[in-house]
Design a protein around this ligand. Structure first.
Ligand code: ES4
Ligand code: ZN
Length: 326
């Protein structure tokens, strides 16, 4: 069996996936036409050509511009349904999807429109593809705490449909501490908590995410190796880290795959997982992330099976739901 086939056959959970980051240029143009939203690109080809990023911010500028074509419930359905179909091909049995309500409500799209479309796709994925899923609402950290609190208020009537909260967008200069109060409120409401930390920001932001936000998983977390005491803590507690190797290359966190710290993190006994982040922008869905990481860092099939198993253990499903996958 070749390596790509082996990887696809591993049952895996995808835990770090921004649904807005699965918007392929073809769909971007189709929805733009459908909704009369003009795009800053001349064609699908010109769009792909513009995906040469310098850093996280240069990506986010394009990512938020693209998301403007998402207007109606069926747009969110089409987006998420396309993702689930693609994920099924990669052997994903469970997905925990991030969504960024502020990106949409700021344009006048109702919170419920976003949620209804995503949920309808999730229900169909469960039924037709056998993929279970959860929704994780992300607060945009480049916006003030008040915006996060306002978003939580909008989410309140829908909390039965939202499993957790996360923190994303521009990391540098936006430490987790700024969102400690809103995360405390979310945890009181029974929501799970995760946060992007240690992607471009320092290891200290990972510690803050754990101590001040109560993060149960760290999204990215690749800069943890800069703090040996933090690594020891993450290993002791088996805190899951949702690493996104192709994202890290596209956003120049590491110059080449050979420079990526994933293998060192795995060898340090950390509960690392592999995820696609924003696959339409970063050049690969989850199985390609596994494959390129394995090829670049010499991961064995046993390593890859450990990583896939980590993803199932790190998901927010109940032990009952998890049992058949393990
Ligand atoms: C993101 Cl790669 C990444 N980092 C932070 N925030 C994000 N939102 C979407 N993709
Ligand atoms: Zn991310």
């Amino acid at each position: 069996m070749d390596l790509a086939t082996y990887i696809r056959a591993l049952p895996k959970a995808e835990l770090h996936l921004h649904i807005e980051g699965t918007l392929e240029p073809e769909m971007m143009f189709e929805l733009g036409r459908r909704n009369g939203v003009a795009l800053p690109f001349a064609s699908v080809e010109a769009t792909r050509a513009a995906y040469a990023f310098q850093d996280l911010q240069s990506f986010l500028d394009i990512y938020y511009a693209g998301a403007a074509v998402l207007v109606r419930e069926e747009d969110f359905f089409d987006l998420a349904w396309a993702y689930f179909r693609r994920a099924a091909e990669d052997g994903v049995v469970h997905a925990e999807l991030f969504f960024d309500p502020q990106t949409h409500t700021a344009r006048g799209v109702p919170f419920a429109t976003v949620l209804d479309g995503l949920e309808r796709a999730a229900a169909r994925a469960r039924e037709e593809l056998g993929i279970s899923s959860r929704l994780i609402l992300c607060f945009l950290r480049h916006l003030p705490e008040a915006g996060a609190f306002a978003t939580l208020e909008e989410a309140r009537p829908h909390l039965a449909r939202i499993h957790g909260v996360g923190l994303d967008s521009s990391e540098a200069g936006h430490p987790p501490s700024e969102f400690a109060r809103v995360f405390a409120r979310c945890r009181e409401l029974g929501l799970h908590a995760v946060a992007h930390a240690g992607e471009e920001g320092p290891a200290a932001y990972i510690t803050e995410a754990l101590d001040l936000l109560g993060a149960e998983r760290v999204d990215h977390g690749v800069r943890c190796l800069e703090d040996p005491a933090l690594v020891a803590r993450l290993a002791r507690d088996q805190t899951p880290l949702t690493v996104c190797p192709l994202s890290n290359l596209k956003l120049r966190v590491f110059p080449t795959m050979a420079d990526h710290t994933f293998k060192r993190m795995l060898d340090a006994g950390l509960r690392v997982t592999i995820n696609s982040d924003d696959p339409a922008y970063f050049g690969g869905y989850v199985a390609r992330n596994y494959l390129e990481t394995a090829e670049g860092l010499g991961l064995t099939r046993k390593d890859l099976a450990t990583v896939a198993r980590n993803s199932l253990l790190a998901s927010f499903v109940t032990d009952e739901e998890r049992a058949p996958w393990l």
